[in-house]
Design a protein around this ligand. Structure first.
Ligand code: UFG
Length: 326
């Protein structure tokens, strides 16, 4: 297939672009290269282009020129706290880009789309979450993802678009050391940062109604997430409209279990410090992932140990690189 990958130089985008190229698809990446990095996808064609601020007609022209058959749309902003501080910018970036993309796809006759959504659309829902759970985002980031999904659904009713919106749970790890996420501000990288500074990893609250009192999340390996995109892309002919799918493992891991695993892999004997709850954290968020399995046969292959180990190797890779440069 001839696939346009937006944000293909980013974390999940680069993993997916590589997999597509490896299996022989024609891949062209567009990325504004602000947080994306060309090095991750060396050898693949990259066009520097900012979709949110670019024109749909330029984008359509690009699709025609390269005879694009499908789009995987990763480009966007993904930091919850930043979205609270800069909401209008998040709407411009995450919603504006979907509008430009859909206009371009319709004009160029490209009728297959896989969209990066997020479990953030479920807001503070707690427990095992299916795709039919209410969508009540509690921050602008989650809201922009939900609006993106809604625009895609409406478009799939207006013209023959086949689409899937993938709601990622907690993505982590690296398929190769150089592919790790260097910008993430979530549990695993924050703990590694603390440990590197000789400070104890922090647990935000141990009085939740969970087995060990700490929050439970569904951690899914980025290589599994990338693989899910290929499986869903291939299944679009069997999926009319905009098919919403959870992407997770269906298995919950507590913050304490994660922190123990992070300390073990980094060979640290630092203690752990328990702080108050962080505002807005639901007790347990675990995906019910039968939908994607039924549609494609996909299931996550990696577990938490692989996620933590590969994230650690990636961190080592980047810190060795920054030592070489300094
Ligand atoms: N946590 C700690 N200590 C830390 C960092 C995090 O205890 O130093 C805890 C949090 O309180 C939370 C859990 O670890 O209970 C996971 O927190 P993350 O920030 O790693 O991830 P979230 O579950 O809050 O958010 C993730 C994604 C978001 C997405 C959200 C909803 O990072 O992009 O899931 O699906 F919006």
């Amino acid at each position: 297939m001839r696939v346009l990958v937006t944000g293909g130089a980013g974390y999940i985008g680069a993993h997916t672009s590589r997999l597509l190229a490896q299996r022989g698809d024609f891949v062209i990446v567009i990325d504004d290269l602000v947080t994306g990095n060309r090095e991750r996808i060396r050898g693949l064609p990259v066009i520097q282009f900012d979709i949110a601020n670019g024109s749909a007609s330029q984008l359509a022209e690009l699709m025609r020129e390269h005879r694009i058959e499908a789009v995987i749309h990763f480009a966007g902003q993904k930091q919850v706290a930043e979205s609270v501080a800069k909401p209008a910018w998040y709407y411009e970036q995450n919603v504006g880009s979907v509008a430009q993309l859909l206009l371009a796809m319709e004009s160029a006759g490209v009728a297959k789309l896989v969209f990066s959504s997020s479990a953030a659309v479920y807001g503070d829902a707690s427990g095992a979450i299916s795709e039919s759970a209410p969508t009540t985002p509690i921050n602008p980031y989650g809201a922009t993802k939900l609006v993106g999904e809604q625009m895609i659904t409406a478009s799939s009713q207006a013209w023959p678009l086949r689409a899937a919106s993938l709601r990622y749970f907690n993505v982590g790890g690296a398929g190769a050391p150089e592919l790790g996420d260097t910008q993430a501000l979530n549990l695993i990288p924050i703990c590694f940062e603390q440990i590197a500074a000789g400070k104890p990893p922090l647990i935000f609250g141990d009085d939740y109604d969970t087995a060990d009192g700490t929050c439970v999340r569904d951690y899914v390996h980025v290589s599994d997430v990338a693989d899910a995109h290929l499986a869903v892309l291939d299944a679009l002919p069997q999926a009319p409209g905009n098919t919403v799918l959870n992407i997770g493992t269906g298995v919950g891991t507590s913050v304490r279990e994660m922190v123990d695993s992070i300390l073990a892999v980094s060979g640290s004997d630092l203690p752990v410090e328990v702080l108050d709850r962080r505002a807005g954290d639901p007790a347990a968020v675990v995906g019910i992932v039968d939908g994607i399995h039924q549609l494609t046969g996909w299931r996550a292959r990696y577990g938490v140990a692989d996620i933590v180990e590969s994230a650690w190797l990636s961190r080592q890779f980047f810190s060795a690189q920054s030592h070489e440069e300094s």
